[in-house]
Design a protein around this ligand. Sequence first.
Ligand code: SF4
Length: 217
Amino acid sequence: MPFELEPIFIVIGEAVVYFALFLFAIAVLGSLLIAYSFKTEKFVFPGFMLFSITILETLVKALFRLVGMDDSIVDDVGISLKNKISLRKFRETPVNKRLIFFPQCLRAETCSSKLSQEGMQCTNCGCDLGKAKKNAESMGYKVFIVPGSSFIRRLVRKHKPKAILGVGCMTEVKAGIEMCERLNLFGVGLVLEKAGCVSTVLDWDKFYEFIEFDEPA
Ligand code: SF4
């Protein structure tokens, strides 16, 4: 006697297939919007893009790879969107409740700063990072140059900020913004123009743009 499926299993099977097709359609549409936004630097349906990136990141990245595109575009657009959403809240936060984290790889190669519990102890001997730290601190920010994410977690627990600006490579910034979301902090991130272990490069104009249009403490 041939094997027959119960009608309920057929209904469940069809529902699963339709749901998978629905998700696939969202991922395709999200991917097209992300690629368009990346190319034109204009955000179209940002809420929908953020939804597709947050819920269907793996699938959206797979679609990018399938058509031979760099899947880091998905992270790039995701970070820009989240910055757009959080930047106003970041600037509305009293400046003494904002922390800035720089990676130690941004220091000059000749840097002689020593590591302490609060990160690298910059003596402001003249590199762009030292100048940026000093400028931000004169505005009231707490600024740290750190060798890794374990420092960030510890300093966040210690200083209890309400908003954070993190600088780093794409992976670090993405992880930092996700940490802020888990901790209910307003997190924004700046991705390095050139990443690596030493002599990394940041667009300093962008950094000053982020910190200068802020509310008084
Ligand atoms: S300014 Fe600070 S970070 Fe830059 S090289 Fe000097 S001590 Fe190092």
